[in-house]
Design a protein around this ligand. Structure first.
Ligand SMILES: [Zn+2]
Length: 748
């Protein structure tokens, strides 16, 4: 057994701890323990010892390159870039290593790479808590151990949290396609990138006010992004960050990553991943971080790419990501890339968009392509795509951003290839991480002096819709080429936004928008499933002979190589159905009668209405939405309404509205201060009316519903009139003498 322990330990080259394990074993305390349990103890022991060691930075050189460093079992590498690795090692005086922390991860769960221009370092250090330790000061960066929560990053963007996980170099040996000339299908897809659409997404994200991951609004933004993917027919899910992330400067991240997978039809296990972070940060406010350029712009580019590509089938799977918690150390993408690595997913490449909206006026558009050398082949592939489809736009190559980082780094550190194309690397937006009225905009920027902070919003910070569009098009082209569309030809783009306006028997106007991309030669207009006309315009006025709920849709028709080719149908738009009037209300109005009112049917203009009373009787027709019925007595009356339209000589009547009832209420009986005496009241049988000096011809008795139950012609010469009411059921009644209501009678 000691041999087993020894061999595992040798494997891990952690002999000094193994001595303890062997002693432990030799004490024979474990003699009765079962073999499995013993192994568990040993593994626990080893996992404990694997956390021990020194946290070091080791420069990457030609003779000590990344392959050599990664192959060395004396190092547990947590992070790498082209210039250095951050690792834990037990080896004393590892060649050219600088020890940063004698006890790696002893009192923190993560270290941080904090980017800071060399010339700003002193000022920055004066601004952070003394408990935050600088472990290393490199060229425009620090390695820091952050021990306070009033910490803030130094310059702009892309702090990297270094966690106690193991980094990997990419293993895939994928050979990327080489293209020499544009493909019509890809060009069609590129042309579908719509500036208004992608700028609209940016505006919506900006409108969340803040998307800081520890703010509740980031959950609203997360849900909105998810809803966009759902509207494209994808089935997105929220990838929750576990364990939870606590930004150095705030509470707990509430939002998760939004992930939507479009499975490939031929190679579903080969994934192409694109993403951008949607969380934001400003120096000035926890509640205000609009983040239009950083990074509503990139998030929107990813959503727009999904909008277009989700309409088609591809051989390989495409994963659309919106990451949270980038601003506090790339946590969101780190967790997702780790999950992919744990599941052994074969990711052919990760494509990152972060800040694609700012271009200093007068500067030329270019792709600043950022990637570590380990992702060179993927970068070459992207440059190849750009050369073919965007030949006038140069690609400049950079191994890193001098002052920051982004989510592609998470993928590169988990064994994949990740690249990032960025707005002008020498003149990026000076407004990011600031609100309007903040300070420090443009400080140390290579191209902007200190300028008024206008906030990271559309206008000053996202100022080039053209660049947003082009960068998104580059995403569409590189993803679609690599994923490979299925089918020989792309379905031709249909017209969009088909709308009708109904003008009764005058006719129906149909309008639509031209499809994105190629211009069609003409359009076919369909009424239901009948082609009724072909036209080169973008509208048609149809005059059908009768009323029906006709639905209209349009096809684009292209002549390609002398052949007529039709697109699919546009959306459909239908003549409104003649629906019933709604919300019919009957209500007594004093001294007028029962007033009936209703609401017109939606979507269609009505010629007039029929008002029905008590189920059968049509009492009037009116073009108004109300009518007052003059009623007599206290009867309950019920009303309902229909709507009528005319079409040529035909009259079309809707279904009934709801029914509503009312009656003249009894409190409308005017108190009559007469000389009559009516007794006994309550009565059981006979009622005597003492008429005083007045002449009486007529006595009527009504029930509480206003129904006349008893009508009696009386001899006016009698001073006392006797009425037999014994036939009436017990209850409350009203007596009318002559034309006047006298009052209330109670029959027992
Ligand atoms: Zn960013």
């Amino acid at each position: 057994m000691s041999q087993v322990i020894n061999s595992i330990c040798v494997l891990l080259r952690m002999q000094k701890y193994c001595i303890f394990a062997i002693i432990f074993f030799n004490l024979k305390i474990l003699i009765y323990m079962k073999r499995k349990f013993l192994l568990t103890i040993c593994i626990l022991f080893i996992s404990f010892i694997s956390f021990a060691g020194k946290f070091v930075i080791i420069p990457v050189t030609e003779s000590q390159n990344l392959e050599i460093l990664f192959a060395d079992n004396d190092l547990k590498i947590h992070y790498y870039c082209d210039n250095y690795v951050l690792a834990t090692t037990d080896v004393a005086d590892y060649h050219s290593a600088v020890v940063l922390d004698e006890n790696a991860f002893g009192d923190v769960s993560a270290y941080a790479i904090v980017y800071c221009y060399n010339e700003s370092k002193q000022k920055y250090l004066a601004s952070v808590s003394k408990s935050d330790k600088v472990l290393y000061s490199g060229d425009h960066f620090f390695i820091m151990k952050i021990l306070s929560n009033d910490f803030k990053p130094a310059k702009n963007d892309g702090m990297v949290a270094i966690m106690n996980t193991e980094a990997r170099l990419p293993e895939s040996t994928i050979v990327y396609p080489v293209i020499t000339e544009p493909d019509e299908i890809i060009e069609n897809l590129i042309s579908q990138v719509n500036t208004e659409s992608v700028m609209g997404y940016i505006q919506t994200l900006e409108n969340f006010e803040t998307r800081r991951c520890d703010h509740a609004n980031s959950v609203l933004a997360q849900n909105w992004i998810k809803a966009q993917y759902e509207s494209f027919g994808l089935s997105p899910f929220i990838h929750t960050l576990t364990p939870p992330v606590h930004p150095w400067w705030g509470g707990t991240c509430q939002s998760g990553n939004v992930i939507a997978i479009q499975y490939g039809v031929e190679f579903p296990d080969e994934y192409i991943v694109l993403g951008g972070h949607f969380d934001t940060f400003t120096y000035e406010s926890a509640n205000n971080a609009p983040g239009a350029d950083d990074n509503a712009s990139g998030t929107s580019g990813v959503i727009e790419t999904a909008r277009i590509l989700s309409q088609y089938d591809f051989k390989r799977s495409i994963i659309y990501c919106a990451f949270t918690a980038e601003e506090c150390g790339l946590y969101g993408s780190e967790r997702y890339a780790q999950k992919c690595a744990n599941e052994g997913m074969n990711i052919l490449g990760y494509f990152n968009l972060d800040m694609i909206g700012y271009l200093k006026s007068g500067n030329n558009l270019q792709f600043s392509l950022i990637y570590p050398n380990s992702a060179l082949t993927l970068a070459d592939y992207f440059a190849n795509v750009c050369d073919v489809y965007f030949p006038t736009i140069p690609v400049s190559r950079h191994s890193s951003l001098p002052w920051g980082n982004s989510d592609h780094t998470s993928f590169n550190n988990k064994g994949y290839k990740g690249i990032w194309w960025f707005e002008d690397i020498n003149c990026d937006s000076p407004y990011i991480h600031h609100i309007a009225g903040g300070s420090g905009c443009g400080e140390n920027s290579p191209c902007n002096g200190v300028i008024p902070c206008l906030g990271d919003i559309i206008g000053p910070s996202v100022n080039s819709p053209e660049q947003v569009t082009t960068f998104t098009q580059a995403m569409v082209a590189s993803i679609a080429t690599l994923a490979e569309i299925v089918g020989e030809t792309l379905p031709l783009a249909p017209p969009t936004n088909c709308q009708i306006e109904y003008f009764g028997d005058f006719g129906t106007s149909i309008t639509w928008n031209a499809p994105q991309g190629m211009t069609p030669n003409e359009y076919y207009v369909y009424r239901d499933n009948d082609k009724i006309v072909q036209t080169t315009g973008l509208s048609y006025f149809d005059t059908p002979e009768n009323y029906a709920i006709y639905c209209y849709k349009v096809k684009a028709v292209y002549i390609i190589d002398d052949e007529i080719k039709e697109s699919g149908f546009s959306n459909e738009s239908c003549v409104p159905a003649l629906s019933s009037p709604t919300n019919c209300v009957a209500q007594y109005v004093e001294n007028e009668g029962i007033r009936i009112s209703w609401e017109a049917p939606e979507n269609i203009s009505v010629d007039f209405y029929y008002v029905y009373k008590d189920n059968i009787l049509c009492i009037t027709q009116t073009s108004e939405c109300s009518y007052t019925d003059i009623v007599e007595g206290f009867d309950l009356h019920c009303y309902k309404v229909t709507a009528i339209i005319h079409f040529a000589d035909e009259q079309i009547e809707s279904e009934f509205s709801n029914e509503s009832c009312d009656s003249v209420p009894f409190n409308s009986v005017i108190e009559y201060n007469s000389n009559f005496k009516i007794y006994p009241n309550p009565t059981t049988g006979e009622l005597i009316i003492d008429n005083g000096q007045l002449t009486i011809n007529n006595v009527e008795i009504f029930d509480v519903y206003g129904r006349n139950l008893h009508s009696l012609h009386v001899d006016s010469r009698l001073s006392l009139i006797t009425i037999n009411v014994s036939h009436l059921p017990a209850g409350i009644y009203f007596i009318k003498i002559g034309k006047e209501f006298i009052g209330k009678l109670i029959k027992n």
